[in-house]
Design a protein around this ligand. Sequence first.
Ligand SMILES: [Zn+2]
Length: 1022
Amino acid sequence: MSRQPVLKNRRTLLERAEKFISDNYFTDCNLRGRLYGVSCPLESLASVLCSNRISFQEASKENFAPHNLGDTFGPTWWTCWFKVTLKIPESWRGKEVHLLWECDGEAMVWRDEQPVQGLTKDGEKTSYILSDCLKDEEPHSLTLYVEVACNGLFGAGQGSMIAAPDPNRRFSLQKAELVVFNRDVQELLTDFEMLIDIVKELGDGDQRGYQALFAANEMVNICDPSDPRSFSKAHDLAHKFFKQRNGESQHTAHAMGHCHIDTAWLWPYEETIRKCGRSWVAAIRLMEKNPEFVFTCSQAQQFQWVKSWYPGLYSQIQHHVKKGQFIPVGGSWVEMDGNLPSGESMVRQFLEGQRFFNREFGIICKEFWLPDTFGYSAQLPQILQGCGISNFLTQKLSWNLVNAFPHNTFFWEGLDGSEVLTHFPPGDSYGMNGKIEDLVKTVKNNKDKGRTNHSALLFGFGDGGGGPTQLMLDRLHRVQDTDGLPRVQASSPERFFSQLRAESALLCTWTGELFLELHQGTYTTQAQIKKGNRQCETLLHDAEIASSLALCRDGTFQYPVGKLRELWRLLLLNQFHDVIPGSCIGMVVEDALNYYEEIRRGAAALLQEAFGILGSKGNSAGVFNSLPWERLEVIQIHDGAALPALALVRVPSLGLSPVKDTQPVTPVSVTIQADGTVVMENGILQTVVNKDGTLASLCLISVNREAICDGSHGNQFVMFDDVPLYWDAWDTMDYHLQTRKPVMEVAQPVRVSSTSGLRGVVSFTLRISDKSTITQEIVMDATCPYLKFNTEVNWLESHKFLKVEFPVRVRSTSATYEIQFGHLQRPTHRNTSWDWAKYEVWGHKWADLSEHNFGVALLNDCKYGYSVHKSTMTLSLLRAPKAPDANADMGTHRFTYALMPHAGSFQEAAVIQSAYNLNFPLRPLLCNPDIVPRSAFSVSSPAVILETVKQAEDRKGALVVRLYESHGSSVSATVCTALPVKEAWLCDLLERHDGAQPVHIASEGISLNFKPFQIVTLLLIL
Ligand SMILES: [Zn+2]
């Protein structure tokens, strides 16, 4: 045999192989053109259109009308049900037979009243396998139903993915037929694709790439697409290449199937239920064919949905969970935002999630799974450890716009020193597809080369669902151990993390928050959602405390376990990482706001029931304090039919008191000066309000310190142009800071609205533009250490950002921000890129800027976005993005912030307590006028905050009390209670106390020691 020349032309060899499998070129003679054999039309196709998402049972009773391929249907969010009758030709015996279904709407195939396959063109699933190898005894005639949602994998954005949905989109079914599928051609195509990708990904300088090139080239030489007998030789050649093994030192990629399903985003919650059904049934089909296939699946809420909507599918899932193939992960109710939920909310995400997984599957997840969230609180490691979790997986920090995060595998140390083993898959994705590119990236991008030899590789279409495909599995299967590529091993989170932990000696530690340098607009976008979250967190806190106290007061009182769980779950659901950040479409906002209304109504009713018991069925005015310190505050009371009146009331910690008007030590004085400015004073603060509502001065009287910077004004509203690069609702870019414009136009200058002695109020109105206005009341209460700003904004702007500034007379290189169960510092300067990338940051109820012995705190009741640069403290108020919700934040907003100058440190000055007071109003109740003011709990140390009181899970007659150290100090504290506590136990955040010693209850109370920012949970047996 004479030698044929193979010239040194890498390009033509490579492109020749590519054309051999191209679906665009030469399909008349190449291998791709042979993928499908003969086809056969359906016997009949009929459809019916429904505006709602109805069940199969309902749909199957509808009247179906004949449907022609190419007919359009819609509009967006409707459902088109198809009835398909088909007959497989006898002559296809021994062939693999598919129903080919090409449609731009997401589809579910139903057979024998059960969902059997999800089909999604964007997710590369367009065929339902009717038979792997047709036998005579198999049914040849079938009736199937196909449920087609009028939305794509990513909703129905008008013009671009994240644009607001087109409400009138039309959909069509382009192809629906029976085909013979040539599996041997598919196998060979996959061989070619992998070899070609090896050539391309390993590049010109790699010898292994050339070996792949010549293997592929020789395969083209010997493979005749028209003669299947030539295929096996080509296939053998590919496998000879794939079987050439690595040495022992090679990196291992732990491949895990995954399907990231956003619980709501560019589609409403209801569609997510169907996305779960479609994606998970597809995963089950893959498990049946690929026994080694492992699928990781997060979010208890989605399991709960599938359980109630698809019980048949759910029992298959349970079966595969038992087999270890379908693996529930994450331990949380939803994949929540990592910044905005309160500490208690985060605990509840895991309490609800872990309890669900444990009840349904006997599993407590060991890893937290949050691949797609916009930053991670420094308090998470402690919360995770308290919820039985010691590992954490995400990849989102690879999105950082400014600084590359230095680790992929590391120990993450939280605020209190708790550590979790953390992994960012170096492929920088949670939706890889098993291609060579993913494997090369997994090694190349790994910033812990040499320290660890294991990485996770998550594959499967994500965000809109879809999940893994057979092709992805086939790709990975070929290169399990191929010289030049990392080893690939089907793995599970447990196997993966225990491997990492076993070889963790060289791993580095990252201390503090994992701040995402992107999406910083999500602290502010969709202000009503933020407000709903904060208010409902407060309401559920109060409802649980009031119900717990009612339970102790009256043994016949039924603690509303079921109702509270239902309301908590709604709140947790809205904390999903595209809902609370405000990065969702308008339909989702509507759903979310309705859920908040439901929580408000439900919690108010629970409070009233509990108050009925606590007030001993009296009918005089009383007040309930849900916070663990005594409060002396001005409140509004409704005295019979008369107008609301003000009273100064003193209420004990976690307790109640009848309203007995107390005279203030120093009344509030309000004086209008000759120049039109107004002076207000309450003995603690003195302020001068300019005619335009800005503060000329705010003085802390006891130390005679001015809080406002020389030559500046406090309470200065400012507007910015806010046009990001792409992610509209998500991003506010650094350059927006260059467009600062003060709001100067006064529509109504400052006037005095109230001077009662207990409360001084001035109000004014500013015009932002011809469409938008700000009306504000500046409120000074007797005995109150902060000045309140009750604000109403009519907001009809486009791509603008409204903030309020307080230039203060304080110099410090760092500012402090409240986070979950604690606080942290961030720089006020812009030295390095890590510093200036934090030009917009998040915090909860307060931020503080202090120098030695003096500082100023900025408090709020529903905001999360802050920035402190040099001496200017700024609170972010409203944004106006147009995608994915074209109407985001348009309308009227009401919110309150407050300014609190203080002597000493913020800890000594009780800034933390003041921010709680602002957020948890004293609640009016009706009580017996003879009641002696009473307190259920008090804590001896001001550093320790008693955050939560609730009935223990599954345990009547026991309460759970959660406390945390808030100052960042090691302290001892005594918890005093008036409740009849028989036993006390320390427990974890899941309320488990196995193995723990009981806590001693002395006559003065329960003594506890706290480390800085430590969370302590007590189980009290009554
Ligand atoms: Zn997501």
